[in-house]
Design a protein around this ligand. Structure first.
Ligand SMILES: Cc1cc2nc3c(=O)[nH]c(=O)nc-3n(C[C@H](O)[C@H](O)[C@H](O)COP(=O)(O)OP(=O)(O)OC[C@H]3O[C@@H](n4cnc5c(N)ncnc54)[C@H](O)[C@@H]3O)c2cc1C
Length: 399
């Protein structure tokens, strides 16, 4: 007999709806609570690579993911006058375009996962877990708005600043590891007339760029910069916009034009690039999935992949253990840990490539980019994200 039918998932972005999908497939009864009043749009284009592509295929969503592919062909690293100093194709860079792997807008993927589940999964928008207490009978949850309920299991899929993690494991400061960079992204008009293309402009420790989306009808402005400071209010959007504008105030290329759209940016995203490192992701009847448990930072380029694979493994192990969380949570950690370790390690080296710390390093990076297609070992460099994305091979779990 299956135990623990009723699961509450906190967070409806990538990990939450993906987990709800698989739990429902295996006969569980998931409920998803999301703090935002509606599904959150926005964010960067994300790569769906390797094992995550296989997971999406098993969900029956691969064709749909391809329909929404950004189709980005490559990136130019430009100088202050907009001249390309180095150019690289997406396929050489990270294998996107090969073997079904693709790049898609984060918001499109989130919507797709939501649409695949909302017909038979209960979603509570505009609410969150205020308190929870667990005993042998379940997890007793008090919501901010809805009436209290008891669930068999609770899963935190509420991102890098997870509230579920804080309630169950304690303060974020114990687990967060700053990578030394900030990132910000928002939608702009495609005034650079980019054609499925990205342009990046570097100054020491900083990168400002833009890439076209939605068949070149729009673009995203993207900024990243080195900073040791991790002291900012991740809920205060106006001060984040000010921080971004001040950091890039003295820049040339098209930076002033990119910043001119800051005030109107409705999907503004800003965060310190940070990792979450925990010895264990479960305590009793509660566990974590995605960024909440093992954020690898945007530098890894694999946050969505980790969420998709983690959700698949967690639901699969629960099904395989007939709902026994004492067995399933430990097996999920065992299966998932190698991919998490590989992604977190991979991210450590990416910052100096993306935002080199000096003009010399920028020139060295550009020279490497120019040479890459001709190097016999180009597969080793371009194939590195692919290798990381395939760290885990997923097995079939009986439905
Ligand atoms: C709007 C948005 C934009 C993003 N943009 C980028 C980007 O540009 N670049 C990048 O690398 N990564 C971005 N991310 C993070 C990226 O989505 C994740 O790294 C990755 O996809 C893993 O997803 P996740 O589902 O684990 O966590 P997340 O995508 O962070 O999702 C967490 C979800 O939990 C919700 N939530 C938060 N607190 C609570 C709470 N107390 N109760 C209930 N729900 C809660 C959030 O609203 C969100 O929907 C963005 C995330 C969001 C939500």
């Amino acid at each position: 007999m299956r135990k623990n039918q009723n699961a509450l998932i906190s967070g409806a972005s990538i990990a939450g709806p993906a987990l709800a999908f698989w739990l429902k497939r295996y006969g569980f009864n998931p409920t998803v609570v999301e703090k935002a009043p509606a599904l959150r749009e926005g964010g960067q284009a994300i790569d769906v690579l390797g094992t995550a592509t296989e997971v999406v295929r098993r969900m029956g969503l691969l064709e749909r993911v391809h329909e929404f592919s950004t189709g980005k062909r490559g990136t130019s690293y430009v100088d202050a006058d907009g001249r390309a100093r180095a150019t690289i194709s997406s396929e050489v860079f990270n294998g996107v375009g090969a073997g079904g792997d693709t790049e898609i807008q984060r918001g499109d993927l989130a919507r797709m996962l939501y649409e695949a589940t909302h017909g038979d999964v209960e979603y509570l928008f505009g609410d969150f877990i205020a308190e929870l207490a667990q005993d042998d009978n379940g997890v007793h949850v008090t919501f901010e708005h809805a009436a209290p309920r008891t669930f068999d299991l609770v899963i935190g899929a509420d991102g890098v600043h997870s509230h579920t993690r804080r309630l169950v494991f304690g303060q974020e400061s114990q687990f967060i590891r700053h990578m030394g960079y900030y990132i910000s992204i928002y939608t702009i008009p495609n005034f650079l007339n980019l054609d499925h293309w990205e342009q990046d402009y570097n100054t020491p420790g900083k990168v400002a760029g833009a890439y076209s989306i939605r068949e070149n009808t729009e673009a995203k402005a993207i900024f990243a910069w080195a900073s040791d400071q991790l002291d900012y209010d991740y809920r205060d959007v106006e001060s984040q916009k000010r921080m971004l504008a001040e950091t890039f105030a003295d820049q040339s290329w098209q930076v002033p034009q990119l910043l001119a759209h800051l005030d109107d940016a409705e999907d503004f995203y800003f965060d310190a690039m940070a990792q979450i490192r925990m010895d264990t992701w479960h305590r009793g009847r509660v566990t974590l999935v995605g960024d909440a448990g093992y954020c690898a930072a945007p530098l890894s380029g694999q946050g969505a992949d980790l969420s998709l694979v983690g959700a698949y493994l967690l639901a699969g192990e629960l099904a395989a253990a007939a709902g026994d969380h004492t067995v399933a949570f430990a097996r999920y950690e065992q299966e998932m840990r190698p991919m998490v370790d590989a992604c977190q390690k991979f991210a450590e080296g990416v910052g100096t490539w993306y935002a080199p710390p000096s003009n010399t390093m920028i020139r060295v990076r550009n020279a490497n980019v120019r040479l890459l297609p001709y190097l016999p070992w180009r597969g080793l460099i371009g194939g590195a994200p692919q290798k990381v994305a395939r760290t885990v091979v997923v097995r079939d779990y009986a439905a």
